[in-house]
Design a protein around this ligand. Structure first.
Ligand code: AMP
Ligand code: MG
Length: 414
């Protein structure tokens, strides 16, 4: 068995970014930019007023002038090209371009107006309340780097600089295959001894959540021909996730079919609980993950190993979950010979410190302990147990960061 970090290194060594495609701006939301974006425009395009008020010459204010004649009205969207002369002011609205001859805006609250005479009661400094041309983005600035997730702000920023289409990473196509003769699809009656297939559904959500394209291939019964047929179809995609059939008694089966189909196995077995019988291999550029059948083990394995790979395929640098140390709200149970990954919810102490509490029974089949979980805690192997308040590494089950979590990695014997 290898450590979490060793498994991640072996997986990430096999990831080669996939191609790109061009999409319309709104379709770029949630995708990863396949190029660094150099702004073709400056924002704002012209110096403009940050306030409703009066545009005047700062030099005249500095020289002591307080009375100005209001000679023009400038609403947003109007451009006045004639210079404002000495002793004159322009009534100006927020966002409207400054006319030539003035460089300072006195906000309306600091003035008194009588007919067309405006008196300044509190003089601002020269240049006050003016947004300079290019103060947000200058032409030629790199507004974001290749590999950036395009969220609401990034798509808005592209719109702000006049970009209408974006080159984004292709969505990795991820085949999802459940294995096991005991499995029944949702909607079918359950015969004695059968269980429902939940792994295909959790995997679908996790794949979609990582910006990839889930392709459900259904259930392969424990039958060589059926597994061969479905596995062959699965291998036509960028990534394959099979669930089940990787535990000691079972493994020969999925393994035999993958061997026949030319999958080059990179490891089988990671020293974590849950998630020990994880298998990983490649065929050509296709990444092949065999996650354990138990529903929590399947989800945790995806979180730890498949998700970073899916993000890396899209060229993302922020492939990790945000992490921090948090204090336990309960005594910490001991761990045996593997790093234990437990599900938790997070609360804030009155001083703002984050506290975690595990979500009830932590068995690898207890899917309800995943539902509503906000984070995972990592308890080092052979941890003797600890008191309320003990700090543990927590990774969130949402968001992304480029900083890899410092997973506890004890030496693994045997
Ligand atoms: P396996 O790894 O095939 O030995 O499966 C381990 C456990 O996970 C068994 O109890 C299986 O019934 C269960 N299991 C396997 N696949 C699924 C699935 N798709 N949905 C829910 N449970 C599953
Ligand atoms: Mg099975």
């Amino acid at each position: 068995m290898i450590t979490i970090d060793e498994a991640l290194d072996r997986i990430l060594a096999q990831v080669h970014p996939i191609g790109a495609e061009e999409v319309r701006l709104l379709d770029a939301l949630g995708r990863t930019s396949a190029e660094s974006i150099v702004s073709p425009e400056q924002v704002p395009d012209f110096a403009n007023s940050a306030m409703d008020g009066f545009a005047v010459s700062g030099a005249e204010l500095e020289a002591g002038r307080r009375e100005f004649r209001v000679v023009v009205d400038i609403p947003a969207g109007t451009y006045v090209g004639e210079p404002i002369g000495q002793g004159d002011a322009a009534r100006i609205m927020t966002g409207a371009p400054l006319p030539p001859g003035v460089d300072t805006v006195v906000q309306v609250e600091h003035t008194v107006v009588d007919d067309d005479i405006m008196t300044v009661e509190t003089a601002p400094a020269t240049g006050a309340n003016v947004r300079d041309a290019g103060e947000d983005v200058r032409t030629g600035d790199v507004i974001f780097e290749k590999g950036t997730l395009l969220g609401a702000a990034e798509v808005g920023l592209l719109a702000a600089v006049g970009v209408e289409r974006a080159r984004v990473a292709r969505r990795p196509r991820v085949a999802i295959l459940a294995t096991g003769s005991e499995l029944v699809a949702a909607g079918r009656p359950l015969a004695p001894g059968q269980i429902r297939n939940s792994n295909s559904f959790t995997a679908y959500g996790q794949v979609a959540g990582a910006g990839a394209d889930p392709i459900l291939l259904g259930i392969a019964r424990d039958d060589l021909d059926e597994t061969r047929r479905l596995m062959a179809a699965a291998l036509e995609n960028d990534v394959v996730i099979t669930s089940g059939g990787v535990s000691v008694g079972d493994y020969d089966f999925v393994k035999q079919v993958q061997d026949e189909l030319g999958v080059d196995r990179k490891f089988w077995g990671v020293a974590t609980k849950p998630g020990k019988p994880l298998a990983f291999g490649v065929r050509g550029s296709t990444l092949v993950f065999g996650v354990p059948g138990n529903p929590v083990a399947a989800m945790v394995s995806f979180e730890l190993y498949v998700r970073p790979a899916l993000l890396a395929l899209q060229g993302r640098a922020d492939i990790w979950r945000p992490w921090f140390n948090a204090r336990s709200g309960e005594p910490v149970r001991r761990a045996k010979d593997r790093t234990e990954v437990r599900r938790c919810r997070l609360t804030h102490d009155p001083d703002g410190t984050i506290r975690y509490t595990t979500t009830g029974p932590q068995g690898s089949g207890i899917l309800s302990s995943m539902a509503g979980a906000e984070g995972l805690i990592f308890v080092p192997a052979r941890y003797p147990g600890g008191e309320v308040g003990t700090e543990m590494l927590v990774t969130l089950l949402a968001g992304s960061t480029a900083e890899r979590p410092p997973y506890p990695n004890p030496p693994v014997e045997g």
